[in-house]
Ligand binder design. Structure first.
Ligand code: SAM
Length: 297
């Protein structure tokens, strides 16, 4: 069991709010009235303190629609300092947290971050909503989120379920990542090049509680692949083990993506940021070419 870690929470500024923060990237935001304690991930949340200021600045990533932090944890693993935004309270979110409407954040706040990830609600695009004919009861936010992210000029990623209107997405699934035991296909659209996804072996047998299935009674929730969703077929503990997440409730984990996915995306994003930085440096250097050698040496 890991030690509980303290997590700072922030709220979006109210009209006439007093006591707003002055330090970037939170300048203009109001500290929440409470600090929360989250189990798991001890020591990960405060990346500014983590390297004692010795290793230089870590890039800041804003995770919009962060839920309890499955995507955030992967970016943290890839080396980002992560801040999450969600409209619902997220007492188990393991990093710095802003409560508010992700679509109401203004460009100046968004631009304080080096990169932005967004996982807008997926119910509108899900197979279930299409089957039930009630997609219209759920918000359709992908286009609005993309437009907002494009305006920031920062590199961005949008994640969603198959069926969502993402452009040229890379599809990731649990079978691609050793250690995961969950079939959970998710699409990732990025404003920068993503590499080809890892090879996926053929879908394995999935644990079942359905007595009509031929493999009923022959699988185990601790060793075989499981389904992690509202219906589900496994205990909360087995779901956590299968997804590589040890700090969420079952309800939270049903909504989450395995951190392994965004650790993979985050590595590509980190390379992209490093490339842009080096590119900028090259451009600055070529604007000031070294003085030609003269006869005087
Ligand atoms: C699919 S969950 C995100 C899960 C998360 N990516 C993870 O891996 O754990 C979507 C989240 O969007 C939040 N949400 C819905 N509308 C929102 C809005 N307008 N602004 C901010 N968050 C919102 C919900 O509260 C929910 O936590």
């Amino acid at each position: 069991m890991t030690t509980p870690s303290r997590v700072m929470c922030y709220c979006l500024p109210d009209k006439g709010a007093e006591n707003t923060l002055r330090t970037p990237p939170f300048a203009g935001l109001r500290p929440a009235l409470h600090h929360v304690f989250a189990p798991g991930l001890s020591g990960l949340y405060d990346c500014r303190k983590q390297d004692g200021g010795q290793m230089g600045r870590q890039p800041e990533l804003l995770d919009l629609f962060c839920g309890a932090g499955g995507a955030s944890a992967g970016y943290r693993r890839a080396g980002f300092c992560v801040t999450g935004v969600d409209s619902a309270p997220q007492p188990n979110y393991p990093f710095e947290f802003i409560r508010g409407d992700a679509l109401a954040l203004d460009k100046a706040v968004l631009r304080r971050f080096d990169a932005i990830h967004a996982s807008p609600p997926c119910q509108h695009y899900s197979v279930l909503a299409k089957r039930n004919g009630n997609a219209g009861d759920h918000p359709d936010l992908v286009a609005a989120v993309r437009e907002m992210l494009e305006r920031t000029g920062r590199p961005w990623v949008i994640e969603n379920v198959p069926g969502a209107p993402l452009r040229n997405p890379v599809v990731l699934s649990g079978t691609m990542f050793p250690g995961l035991r969950v079939i959970r296909r998710r699409l990732f659209e990025a404003s920068f090049p993503l590499p080809l996804p890892p090879l996926a072996p053929p879908p394995p047998l999935c644990h079942t509680l359905d007595k009509r299935k031929a493999h009923y009674g022959k699988t185990c929730e601790w060793t075989d692949f499981v389904m992690v969703n509202g219906g589900g077929n496994c205990s909360a503990a087995a779901a956590r083990d299968a997804m590589g997440i040890d700090w969420m409730t079952k309800r939270e984990i049903n909504e989450a993506i395995p951190p392994a996915y965004t650790a993979w995306v985050g590595q590509a994003l980190m390379r992209h940021l490093q490339g842009s930085r080096d590119g900028k440096k090259d451009r600055i250097e070529s604007a000031h070419p070294p003085l030609p050698e003269t006869a005087h040496g």
